[in-house]
Design a protein around this ligand. Sequence first.
Ligand SMILES: Nc1ncnc2c1ncn2[C@@H]1O[C@H](COP(=O)(O)OP(=O)(O)OP(=O)(O)O)[C@@H](O)[C@H]1O
Ligand SMILES: [Mg+2]
Length: 272
Amino acid sequence: MKSKPTIISITGGKGGVGKTQVAVNLSISLAEQNKKVLLLDADLGLSNIDILLGLNPVLNLSNVMNNTCQISDIILKGPMGLDILPASSGVMSMVSQDLRFYGGLMAAIDTILDGYDYFIIDTAAGISPSVIPFLCHSDELIVVFIDDPTSIMDAYAVIKIMNQHYARKKFYVIPNCVKSMQDGSSLFAKLTNVAGRFLHVSLNELGWVPEDAHVRKAVQHQKAVVEMFPGSRISEAFRLIAKKLISQKLELRVGRTQYEKQPEKERPSAID
Ligand SMILES: Nc1ncnc2c1ncn2[C@@H]1O[C@H](COP(=O)(O)OP(=O)(O)OP(=O)(O)O)[C@@H](O)[C@H]1O
Ligand SMILES: [Mg+2]
C-alpha cells in the first residue's frame, strides 16, 4: 500500500514576505533529494507558481471545480520531477468560496496523494476563510516572515489563531530576506519573544533564507532560483532547510523554545 504524504502549508499572514518563493524552492529542493513532492498553488484567484516556473497550464483547479476535468488532468511537471497543481488567475468563482467548496477541493486532491512524500501548499496572504481550510488540512505549518514589525505581528496573528481556535501547538518558522545567520537568529528571537509572552506554543526554526539578488534574476527568467543558480547562497539555504525537514521527518521535537502560556492581558506591541 502506498503511503500518504506529510501535508505542509506555507503561510505567514502578511503578503509579499516570500511564501511562494519558499514553497517553490523548498519543494524543488525536497524533490532534488529524491522525495516525491506535490505542490499546490492555493492562491486560488491569483495564481503565481505556473508563471514563476514558466509553465503554461491549459487546465487548472477552476476546471476541476466546475467539473470540466479530473484533478489528475491538471498536474504539471516542474523541475526535478516536482508535480504542481496550478490555480487560476482572475476567476471569480475561485475566490471567497464557502467551507464546502474547500472541502470538495481537498477531497479531490486527496484522491491523488498516494505515493507522494510531501504535499506542499502555498497559501495566499492573510488569514481569511480562503486560507484557514488549507492550514487546518495540514500536518505541519511553516510560517514565513521578514524583519518588518507588520510581518512579525502578522506571523504572530496566524500562530495565535491556529493555536487558540484550532489547538495547534507546533509551528515551523522561516525568517526570510535576512543578511546573515545572526540576523536570522535575532529575527527568530523577535517572533519567539512575542509568541512566548502570549501563547503556549513551540516554535522551531527550520533555517533562514538570505535576501539574494539571484531571486529577481530567476523570476525574470521564469525559473526557480534553486534551478537557475544552484550554487547561490539562497539555494544552499533551501537545500539545508529541505534536509532538516527530511531528517526530522516532521516530528517536531520540542525545539529551541517551549513556552508557558500567560494570560493575554495586553496586545503585544514592542517588536524591536
Ligand atoms: N530571499 C529573497 N531574496 C530576494 N527576493 C525575495 C526573497 N524572497 C522573496 N523575494 C521577492 O519578494 C517578492 C515577494 O515574494 P513572494 O511572491 O514569494 O511572496 P508571497 O509571500 O508569496 O506574496 P503573496 O502574499 O502576494 O503571495 C517577490 O518579488 C520575490 O521575488
Ligand atoms: Mg505567494
